[in-house]
Ligand binder design. Structure first.
Ligand code: AMP
Length: 393
C-alpha cells in the first residue's frame, strides 16, 4: 500500500498562490469555537506554505447549511468565528472573504479564509463550473482535509481535477501514512471500538472490521442495536431495527462483548440523573445513554491487553457528564495501555479533549467518516484524484 500522491513538500511554493482545502468544521457555541483540535491540526500545513513564500487561500465547509441559500438567512453557518480563532492561534491576520466569486486578490505572506464552501451552489454535486472557479483562484491546490476526503465535492475533488497542480498537504500525508502503517501489520490483538450515534453508517464499517479485528467493542446507538439483536428490550433507546440482521451477522463472525449493565434515563437532557440498570431490566419508557460501571471495567481490561486499538465514537452521551463515565474510562484505558492506539472522529476528538488524554493516544486522526472508510478499505475519492493527477504530471 504505497502512497502515490504528490506531497506539497515536493512542490516549489515561492510566490505561488495556494488554495488549501482544510477541514475547519469545528463546533461553535455562541459565536465561539469550542474545540481547537481541527484548527491545530491544519495550522502546520498553512505555516509551512507561508514560510515557503506562498499566498494562502484556505477553504472549508462548516456544518450542513442549505446550499445556495444566503448566509444572512443562516448566519450560524458562517466560518467567520473560525477566522477569528484561527487568527488567534496562528498569531497572524486572516482576511475573511465571502464574495470571492466577484474576484479575489492576495499577495504572498497573506492568509485568506473563504466562507463556508457548502453555501455554494454545486459544491455537493461536485459541479464542474464551480470546481473550475475554485481552481482558477490558485496556482496550486493543496488537499489537506483528510476528514472530508471520502466526499467527492467541488472543493475536495472537482477542484483537484482542474487546478494547475494538485497535491497533498502535511496533515493529509501524515494521516495516510499513520493509518496505512496501523492497518497493514497491526500488533495483535487488534481491538476496535466503535461507538456513537450514526448506527447505519457505522454498521457497514463494522462488517469489514469483523474480518480484521480480534474484538469489536460497540457503544452508543450501535450497542443498542446489537442488544436488540440479542433479544434485549432497549425501550426508547436510539436503535435501528432494520440493522438487526446485520448485527447478527457480525455477532456470528467476531467477538463483540456487549454491555451487561447500562445507564438509562427517561429524558435526554443535561439534568436527568443517570439510573443504573442491568441490561435485561431496561423499561419501555427508558433510553440507554451510557454503559454501566461493570461493562466499562470489562472494556478497560480488554484494552489493557490489546496490541493495537482503533477507536471511533463515544460509548455514551458523554456531552452530559452523567452519561460520560463509560467514555471517560475507555479514554483513560486507551491512554494507559501500551497498545498502538489510533483514534478518529469529531466526537471522539471532543471526548479525548474532555478527558485530557490527547498526549497519550499514539495517533489522533482528524477523520470521522473518512477514517472509517479508510479502515474499511475503501478508496477515498479526494485521494484517488490526487493519485491520478500525480500519474499525469
Ligand atoms: P457519532 O457522530 O456517530 O460518533 O455519534 C456521536 C454522538 O452519539 C454523540 O453526540 C453522543 O452523544 C451520541 N450517543 C452516544 N451514545 C448514545 C446513546 N446511547 N443514545 C443516543 N445518542 C448517543
Amino acid at each position: 500500500m504505497g502512497i502515490s500522491v504528490l506531497s506539497m513538500r515536493n512542490v516549489p511554493l515561492q510566490g505561488k498562490t495556494l488554495l488549501v482545502r482544510e477541514d475547519l468544521n469545528v463546533p461553535i457555541a455562541q459565536g465561539k469555537v469550542t474545540s481547537d483540535a481541527r484548527l491545530l491540526a491544519a495550522i502546520p500545513t498553512l505555516l509551512e506554505a507561508l514560510d515557503a513564500g506562498a499566498a494562502v487561500i484556505v477553504m472549508s465547509h462548516l456544518g450542513r447549511p442549505i446550499e445556495g441559500k444566503g448566509i444572512d438567512q443562516q448566519p450560524e453557518m458562517s466560518l467567520q468565528p473560525v477566522a477569528v480563532r484561527l487568527s488567534e492561534l496562528m498569531q497572524r491576520e486572516i482576511r475573511f472573504v465571502s464574495d470571492w466569486q466577484n474576484g479575489l486578490s492576495i499577495v504572498p505572506g497573506e492568509v485568506v479564509l473563504l466562507e463556508n464552501t457548502r453555501l455554494l451552489a454545486g459544491e455537493k454535486a461536485n459541479d464542474d463550473s464551480l470546481s473550475k472557479e475554485l481552481a482558477n483562484l490558485c496556482d496550486i491546490f493543496v488537499m489537506d482535509a483528510f476528514a472530508t476526503a471520502h466526499r467527492a465535492h467541488a472543493s475536495t475533488y472537482g477542484v483537484a481535477k482542474f487546478a494547475p497542480v494538485a497535491c497533498a498537504g502535511g496533515l493529509l500525508m501524515g494521516e495516510l501514512e499513520a493509518l496505512k502503517k496501523c492497518l497493514s501489520a497491526p500488533k495483535r490483538p487488534l481491538v476496535a471500538v466503535v461507538g456513537g450515534a450514526k448506527v447505519s453508517t457505522k454498521i457497514a464499517v463494522l462488517e469489514s472490521l469483523a474480518d480484521m479485528a480480534d474484538q469489536i467493542i460497540v457503544g452508543g446507538g450501535i450497542a443498542n442495536t446489537f442488544l436488540a439483536a440479542m433479544g434485549f428490550s432497549v425501550g426508547e433507546s436510539l436503535c435501528e431495527p432494520e440493522m438487526i440482521e446485520t448485527a447478527k451477522r457480525i455477532l456470528n463472525k467476531t467477538d463483540v462483548p456487549l454491555p451487561v449493565d447500562v445507564m438509562v434515563s427517561e429524558k435526554f437532557d443535561s439534568n436527568s440523573p443517570a439510573i443504573l440498570r442491568a441490561v435485561e431490566e431496561v423499561a419501555r419508557s427508558e433510553m440507554i445513554l451510557d454503559v454501566g460501571p461493570r461493562s466499562a471495567r470489562h472494556i478497560a481490561k480488554l484494552i489493557s491487553s490489546a496490541g493495537t486499538v482503533l477507536w471511533n465514537g463515544p460509548l455514551g452521551v458523554f456531552e452530559y457528564d452523567q452519561f460520560g463515565e463509560g467514555t471517560r474510562l475507555l479514554a483513560e484505558a486507551i491512554a494507559g495501555s501500551d497498545a498502538f492506539s489510533v483514534a478518529g472522529g469529531g466526537d471522539t476528538l471532543a471526548a479525548i479533549e474532555k478527558y485530557s488524554v490527547v498526549d497519550d493516544i499514539s495517533y489522533i486522526s482528524t477523520g470521522g467518516g473518512a477514517f472509517l472508510e479508510f479502515v474499511e478499505g475503501k478508496k477515498l475519492p479526494a485521494v484517488q484524484i490526487l493519485e491520478q493527477r500525480a500519474l499525469v504530471s
